[in-house]
Design a protein around this ligand. Structure first.
Ligand SMILES: [Zn+2]
Length: 137
């Protein structure tokens, strides 16, 4: 059984436990939540483009990081950060409380580039707001 500890980092941050399955499911719920979508909508950057007919239209070219202001181009990864840290499931008295924290209001969400998200979490860890923290909060 000692063999199991090989590299399977990015795809499955948690071991195959009931706890992990629940957390992953809730994260998936967040990924497709309307509130997350609304936060992304807020960060969208548009540019004008002209059709052959002369009509000017707009298209989304990416998302602006709400920390450094860089533009994450469409198709590139962008993170949606919880301003009020979610932390682990073990910090909550009930599953519903955890779900509420994860699927929070758009005001509690911030669109960040990968660098700023990592930096923000490093700062939070420094302040020791939560003992355990994970990358996609
Ligand atoms: Zn940034």
């Amino acid at each position: 059984m000692a063999k199991k500890k090989k590299k399977r980092k990015s795809k499955r941050p948690y071991k195959s436990t009931v706890y992990g399955a629940i957390v992953n499911k809730i994260r998936l719920m967040f990924l497709f939540s309307p509130n997350r979508k609304e936060a992304l909508e807020r960060a969208k950057i548009f540019e004008d483009y002209q059709l052959k007919s002369g009509v000017v239209k707009q298209r989304c070219i990416g998302y602006m990081c709400e920390r450094c202001g860089c533009i994450c181009a469409v198709g590139k990864e962008v993170n949606v950060h919880h301003i009020m840290p979610v932390g682990g499931l073990q910090n909550y008295p009930t599953l519903d409380a955890y779900i509420d924290a994860m699927l929070c209001e758009p005001d509690n969400l911030k669109v960040l580039c990968l660098e700023c998200h990592a930096l923000t979490h490093a700062e939070l860890k420094g302040e020791k707001i939560y003992e355990e923290s994970d990358s996609s909060n």
